[in-house]
Design a protein around this ligand. Structure first.
Ligand code: 26Q
Length: 819
């Protein structure tokens, strides 16, 4: 039961926790200790609601969604939990009374960075919306000891530092050893014929085993007493290191199992949109999937005896192909442990699993070598072979004599296991994450599958939670919105459209822009403290924050900055509205060109920021260690949202939505969800440029793009490219950026130069940037545009996305927790 907030009690509880945890009085406690003590106090309230929720679910026996994901990019919990408990202001006041600043206390918490970027943060937003809408859900994932690395910039280069996020203890997690499961790797499968049933049984022998121990994180719904669970698995060795097992064979096995357990959950793979066929990665996948599927089946069996109806109480949403072994693991449990026939098991599995695709980038597709797969997961591999055999038979029945279809669609082909094909063959739903992306899947990437099973395909345009990215991240704007239209937008974002009537109101415009200004001051302070760079909050804050990837084209942005710098140097008298270009991006540790792009951005920043002759008209800032917690500050302070991916490459994007919500117009290509953003806000309130997805795909399929023609005919572009190799930004090593230069022009470095159409879009981008400046100079026009972006962002709440998943894929019932 949730009680009303009681300030005195709260302060007493914090005091008691400081004493119990640290044997200190309040005035001796560090900020970190106060953070811990406050968090344990908040956790107490949460536990009451958590128990009430789970009791209610127990009584109602609802269907659950299991959101299976290798990544949950949660960020910090304390502030968000207080927001969703509607106790943020109360706690802020209470802490102030005892001399602490809640903002400073919040800053003590490390980000839970169990994810890379978009896909992981989407999972976190979905959990928030599921709890807020009152749908029974489990997030299922891995409790990585080290999350996404911390980024340091040294001499302009990215340096990766391990993220030891658990070092001070995690107040919000709950270890649940009573729900531990065993997961088996390796060995071989023995077939045993059972006289009685006349069926073969499959017994895995000679394997290694790991104990999966769950840690539960509360997921607090907004103001509704619902608390769902994110369950992440830790790995432990099954047998403690025992001296009496010191005979040769056992000893080695004991060491191996200890090592296996330690390695599996050690670290998140820091690749975003890039597959690397690493054995350990497959171990991670099977580890958390086996544990999660076993747990889901156990939970079902507590209340139900007929496992053939499992799908009536459970659905598995697979977040990309990473958790797709779930298909085979469910089959294994149903057949080997529950005694179902193949047909019965397949019926259950194909009514349980659904798959979300997040990318069309070929290099991100998961394909495992048969050798590796069958060695690590012999029984699972057997099952996939049988799924493949039957699937290929279906293809052949549908397209007799058409071997081309088999070659393109088979699950196992050419020595590889193709996880996307498995997910599509076994899933009852296949969805893309934005309208354009889903259309490209149907017409291009997954054309053959769409043709064979069109009924499975559907779109679910991504969304974001306004509770973290406006209510928590931008308190000034949140309060202003509430003043004008009431607070229902917090759980019903489309209501924010009521702001439209203020778009032409001068007073409202000024208030809106004044809030933006204060948020820019807040970010400027952060940049001063963390980067030592002075920026002018009156300049245009032009922001590109996202993972560093060639297709996202941070390179286009920085080349354009180089071009502007040339212009300003050539024409010092030119009227130029001051700009601050802000970048934030982590590059995968092994992605050389991405890391070189970071160095280029920092090198350009060095030259420009130290050139007094341009009178602070241009500034370039690279924000170190871009992550969820500083993202909240950055979105709130942005004037311009850079969404400049090569059209067709960005499946959706979700940062674009966070900027829009916070009143920053999009400067972007017609890619991913940008298309839908422009549709909502109107073309006149965005800055669109560049090739369309159709044009890009057409060049890719038919050739005809020659970047050297652009280089030859355009002096401005040529000059900028020459500056990559003449030492302008690397006087001590003019060759430093040769690889980037070559990637744009030299056909030797790839089959086609400029794979991402940077030169093709350069002029059109520069032109769009001029329109940005012109629009910004007209204060009223800009204020209106910014406000309309906020007002038209209603569609992009993850509450809407989740409701569509519920209505069209999961079919869950809403739960209500009585007060
Ligand atoms: C795969 C194999 C081995 C190691 C790593 C990976 C891996 C890890 C992460 C592959 C892909 C990812 C992440 C992909 C991702 O974040 N995709 C983004 O998903 C967002 C949510 O749908 C979209 O908005 C973005 O457009 C999409 O790029």
């Amino acid at each position: 039961m949730s009680k009303k907030f009681n300030k005195k009690e709260f302060i007493n509880d914090v005091k008691a926790n400081v004493r119990a945890l640290y044997r200190r009085n309040l005035d001796e406690a560090t900020q970190q200790q106060i953070f811990q003590a406050v968090s344990y106090t908040v956790k107490d309230t949460i536990i009451d609601n958590w128990l009430a929720t789970q009791e209610q679910y127990e009584k109602d026996d609802p269907k659950y969604v299991y959101y299976m994901s290798m990544e949950f990019l949660m960020g910090r919990a304390l502030g968000n939990n207080l927001i969703n408990l509607t106790e943020y202001e109360d706690v802020k006041e209470a802490l102030a009374e005892i001399g602490f600043d809640l903002n400073v206390i919040e800053d003590q918490e490390p980000d839970a960075a169990l994810g890379n970027g978009g896909l992981g943060r989407l999972a976190a937003c979905f959990l928030d919306s599921l709890a807020t809408l009152g749908y029974p859900a489990y997030g299922c994932g891995i409790r990585y000891r080290y999350g996404m690395f911390k980024q340091k910039i040294e001499d302009g280069y990215q340096v990766e530092v391990p993220d030891n996020w658990l070092k001070d203890g995690n107040p919000f997690e709950l270890r649940r050893p009573e729900y531990a499961k065993e997961v088996k790797f390796g060995g071989y499968v023995r077939v045993v014929y059972d006289e009685k049933t006349g069926r073969n049984h499959f017994v895995q022998e000679g394997y290694q085993v790991v104990r999966a121990v769950p840690y539960d994180f509360p997921i607090v719904g907004y103001n509704n007493r619902v608390v769902n669970t994110l369950r992440v698995w830790d790995a432990e060795a099954v047998s403690e290191f025992q001296l009496d097992s010191f005979d040769k064979g056992d000893y080695r096995k004991a060491v191996e199992q200890e090592n296996l357990a330690r390695n599996i959950v050690e670290v998140l793979y820091p690749n975003d949109n890039h597959y690397a066929g690493k054995e350990l990665r497959l171990k991670q996948q099977y580890f958390f999937i086996s544990a999660s599927v076993q747990a889901a089946v156990s939970k079902y069996k507590k209340k139900h005896s007929d496992i053939r109806k499992f799908y009536e109480k459970a659905t598995f949403q697979l977040n990309d192909t990473h958790p797709t072994v779930a298909v085979a693991e469910l089959m294994r449990i149903l057949i080997d442990e529950e005694g179902l026939t193949w047909e019965e098991a397949w019926d259950v599995t194909t009514k349980t699993c659904a798959y979300t695709n997040h990318t069309i980038m070929a290099e991100a597709l998961e394909k495992w070598p048969i050798e590796l797969f069958s060695r690590l997961l012999p029984r699972i591999y057997q099952i996939i072979e049988e799924i493949n055999r039957r699937f290929v038979a279906e293809i052949e029945a549908r397209y007799p004599g058409n071997f081309e279809k088999v070659r393109k669609m088979a699950i196992i082909f050419d020595g590889q296991v193709k996880m996307a094909h498995l997910a599509i063959a076994a899933g009852y739903s296949v969805n893309g994450v934005a309208e354009l992306h889903t259309e490209i899947l149907k017409k291009q990437e997954l054309k053959d599958f769409y043709e064979m099973m069109p009924e499975k395909f559907n779109n679910k345009t991504n969304g974001i939670t306004q509770r973290r990215f406006l209510l928590h991240g931008n308190p000034l704007l949140a309060a202003w919105v509430t003043d004008h239209i009431g607070d229902e937008w917090i759980t019903d974002l489309p209501q924010i459209a009521k702001l439209k009537v203020y778009a032409d109101d001068r007073k409202a415009q000024q208030e809106f822009m004044n809030i933006k200004y204060q948020n820019k001051v807040r970010l400027a302070k952060y940049i001063r403290e963390h980067n030592g760079i002075e920026v002018d909050p009156r300049s245009i804050f032009d922001v590109q924050v996202k993972r560093l990837h060639e297709y996202k084209r941070q390179l286009l942005n920085i080349l354009h900055v180089m071009y502007l710098y040339n212009q300003i140097k050539d024409h010092p008298e030119m009227d130029f509205y001051p700009r601050t270009f802000i970048f934030g991006a982590k590059a995968a540790a092994g992605y050389r060109r991405a890391k070189l792009t970071i160095k280029l951005i920092n090198s350009v920043a060095d030259v420009i920021n130290n050139d007094a002759s341009i009178k602070n008209k241009l500034k370039v800032v690279f924000i170190e260690d871009y992550r969820v917690s500083n993202a909240e500050l950055i979105f709130a302070a942005a004037d311009v949202s850079e969404q400049i991916s090569t059209a067709s490459k960005e499946a959706s994007g979700t940062g674009n939505m966070k900027f829009m919500l916070n009143g920053a117009p999009t400067l972007g290509t017609m890619d991913g969800a940008n298309v839908e953003i422009v549709k909502e806000v109107g073309e006149e309130n965005a800055f669109i440029f560049g090739l369309s997805a159709d044009e890009v795909i057409n060049y890719e399929n038919n050739g005809g793009y020659y970047p050297e023609n652009i280089f030859n005919s355009d002096q401005d572009i040529r000059r900028v490219l020459m500056q990559l190799i003449n030492g302008t930004y690397a006087p001590n090593d003019p060759e430093m950026f040769r690889d980037i230069y070559d990637s744009l022009l030299n056909t030797k470095s790839s089959d086609r130069a400029d794979t991402y159409f940077i030169l093709a879009d350069f002029k059109s981008y520069a032109e769009a940037q001029r329109r940005v400046e012109e629009a910004y100079r007209d204060e009223a026009r800009w204020a209106k545009m910014a406000m309309l972006n906020t007002a038209c962002s209603g569609k992009f709440t993850s509450d809407r996305t989740i409701q569509q998943y519920v209505d069209e894929i999961w079919h869950l019932d809403k739960e209500v927790i009585e007060a």
